[in-house]
Design a binder for this molecule. Structure first.
Ligand SMILES: [Mg+2]
Length: 362
């Protein structure tokens, strides 16, 4: 068995996660105002508790929390770091990130075999994944997968390698991921997948420029990695880093920011192909952003590295309080026989659903 084979194993026999784990069912209804207020307060406290934050309305100061991080010299072994990206295994950014993190820990590279930018949190469930061993430009070994950045992280964290990872680093993406970009970004989604799998993670992206140089981004990545390993992240948290396209001498340092507002200028371009068939391309001018102080956009415009804390809890807090006051009565009488017939798939499809349902329960 080669050294490479010893380092990995198949996922056969690994425990399967339970899909319903942690699912909560909330019954909606109409309360008296004081009951609604009390329930809103309780829900806010429950959410804060889940997120590991100081409890809303709690007295007695901040809640003391368990942290996973510890000083690097207190680690008994070198931290294991999984490096991935969405620009593909052949991108320069991933090699720059690997080399920046090599002094900190044992780095393993797993990335999509082709550019997967803007695929978001796509996960491949309908076909097998093929993994290839690759030689990176610095001579080290990496792995490519014919899937998405999320697939790459899943491989790494679900058993392709024998040992677990202490940190996932995604990048260095060529092009910033600011504000609303996070909803499209394969780079950030890879970090999100790590967090879902209980592994601390950060994403790092660099602003577009004609002459690409990842030197500053590499320095920033090393600083962020050290901080996460030493301080730890809480459940659901990740860090999104954006680096301006300047040299280390021109950079104004690191700023902790909040997400800003991206302004897209997408246009649907319709053309006709050589065979006379119409096709459509989503294009248009590059997006801009609103540079309010304190945001990631403002930091980048002012040549500072933006470090934004992100949480996977996307709950809309205002709506959480407001929605119970809406009318939730189900109008079952409005369903016609024709609608009901259309809503029920034919018998052949029902059999397929039944099979899938049974597979899901196993
Ligand atoms: Mg990309």
């Amino acid at each position: 068995m080669s050294a490479t084979q010893r380092r990995r194993r198949t996922a056969v026999g690994l425990p399967r996660p339970t899909r319903d784990a942690g699912r909560r069912v909330t019954e909606l209804g109409h309360d008296r105002p004081e009951m609604a207020r009390e329930r809103a307060r309780t829900e806010r406290r429950d959410l804060d508790k889940e997120r590991g934050e100081p409890l809303a309305g709690a007295r007695g100061g901040k809640r003391r929390l368990k942290r996973m991080g510890r000083p690097l010299d207190a680690w008994s072994t070198r931290p294991r770091i999984l490096v991935t990206n969405d620009d593909g295994i052949e991108s320069h950014g991933i090699v720059a990130l690997k080399r920046a993190l090599d002094p900190i820990g044992e780095v393993v590279v797993v990335a999509p075999e082709s550019n997967q930018s803007a695929v978001g949190h796509q996960k491949t469930l309908s076909r097998p994944l093929r993994v290839r061993e690759r030689t990176l430009p610095d001579g080290s070994v990496g792995y490519s997968v014919d899937g998405s950045p999320t697939d790459a992280v899943s491989l790494g964290l679900l058993g392709f390698f024998e040992e677990p990872f202490d940190l996932v680093a995604s990048g260095i993406n060529y092009g910033a991921n600011l504000g609303d970009d996070l909803t499209y970004s394969g780079t950030v989604s890879a970090a999100m997948e790590a967090v879902i799998n209980s592994t601390p993670a950060f994403a790092i992206s660099q602003e577009y420029s004609e002459r690409v140089d990842f030197t500053l981004a590499g320095i920033a990545a090393a600083r962020v990695a050290r901080n996460i390993l030493e301080h730890g992240l809480r459940r659901g948290e990740l860090v999104n880093v954006n680096v301006p396209a300047v040299s280390p001498d021109e950079c104004g340092g690191i700023e902790v920011t909040r997400l800003g507002k991206r302004v897209y200028q997408d246009q649907l371009i319709g053309r006709v192909d050589p065979r006379g068939l119409p096709y459509y391309w989503i294009g248009g001018p590059p997006p801009s952003g609103i540079g309010l102080p304190g945001t990631d956009f403002h930091a980048i415009v002012n040549r500072r590295i933006s470090v934004t804390p992100v949480h996977l809890d996307l709950t809309g807090r205002r709506l959480l309080r407001e929605l119970p006051g809406w009318d939730w009565a189900l109008d079952t009488a409005a369903v016609s026989e024709e609608d009901a017939a259309v809503a029920r798939p034919p018998a052949t499809e029902q059999e397929r659903f039944a099979e899938e349902s049974q597979l899901e329960r196993r």
